[in-house]
Design a protein around this ligand. Structure first.
Ligand code: 1HE
Length: 265
């Protein structure tokens, strides 16, 4: 990608590259293992907020051998309790923007995916790990606690019992284990995450936008509703999605044998 050359390393904390409907955002602090400072978080927030309307999917990845070593621990010693709450809230705003924004997010994971790095990854809609990736929540060992939404998001992915055990014991899951327990959707050969992400991004960008919106926004809501509410929400969302002219066109294309069959295109 054109953002940097070997002779002039790019100092921006998040690199952005837009190609057609796909925006690739890369954490760019590899010397600090992509530890998430407030400045990095603000830069990520700005990049996501300012994406042009033409973007239909985000790939979130990182430069270097690690996705992220989590919270920049150098910012902890100076933080008061009140500042700690505001700090968490500021992360929540960015993570909400990612999870419940306009477009789906695919996360490419390698090396350390720990602490706040795992909290960030858990906002994504698709998580691709390569075999170098490892997943941990070392907050317990650092004398702190989850503060980037992990108690909610990571627990929803793998259950609070696994999160409890991870945090108490410092257990680290490999990419393959993460795939098996549902932390990652893919576990691939080292270095192949980005290629897979691009392929999936093209597929996601090819979906009807209202379908992608419903998948991102209605599914998590329904998961938290009692069954009767969930079924009502689903029926309303289904009616809205299928009323879109694009939906009518796509269904007619299938009926006229112009559309790809499931699993064949
Ligand atoms: C950091 C951080 C960091 C690295 N904050 N500076 N996260 C953690 O507890 C993970 C802490 N990091 C590690 O355990 C290791 O760094 C790794 C296993 C991720 C990578 O090890 P390694 O050998 O490749 O790198 P390194 O030599 O340990 O680190 C390279 C540099 O990055 C070094 O700085 P340098 O100036 O000495 O070169 C490290 O100090 C720096 N570095 N990780 C600050 N996290 C909203 S609440 C979320 C709560 C959390 O995320 S808690 C989990 C914090």
């Amino acid at each position: 990608m054109p953002e940097s050359t070997a002779s002039t390393p790019d100092r921006r904390l998040v690199l952005q590259h837009i190609e057609g409907p796909v925006a690739t955002l890369e954490l760019n602090r590899p010397d600090k293992r992509n530890a998430i400072s407030q400045a990095l978080m603000q830069e990520l927030d700005r990049c996501v907020a300012e994406l042009p309307a033409s973007v239909k999917v985000i790939i979130l990845a990182a430069r270097g051998d690690n996705f992220s070593a989590g919270l920049d621990l150098s910012e902890i010693p100076e933080m008061s309790a009140a500042q700690g709450v505001y700090h968490s809230q500021s992360w929540y705003r960015v993570f909400d923007r990612l999870q419940f924004g306009r477009v789906p997010v695919i996360c490419v994971l390698n090396g350390a995916v720990v602490g706040g790095g795992l909290e960030l990854a858990s906002c994504a809609h698709v998580r691709i790990a390569d075999e170098t990736a490892y997943f941990g929540l070392p907050e317990g060992q650092r004398g702190i606690f989850l503060g980037g939404g992990g108690s909610v998001r990571v627990s929803k992915l793998i259950g609070f019992s696994r999160v409890t055990e991870m945090m108490l014991t410092g257990r680290v899951y490999s990419a393959n284990e993460a795939f098996q327990i549902g932390l990652a959707h893919y576990s691939l050969a080292a270095g192949s995450g980005m290629a897979q992400a691009r392929e999936l991004a093209a597929r996601i960008a090819g979906n009807a936008q209202m379908s992608n919106y419903a998948i991102m926004h209605a599914l998590p809501l329904i998961a938290e509703q009692p069954m009767s509410h969930g079924l009502m929400t689903e029926s309303l969302m289904a009616a809205i999605a299928q009323s879109e002219p694009e939906a009518k066109q796509r269904v007619n294309d299938f009926l006229a044998k112009r559309a790809a069959k499931v699993g064949r295109g």
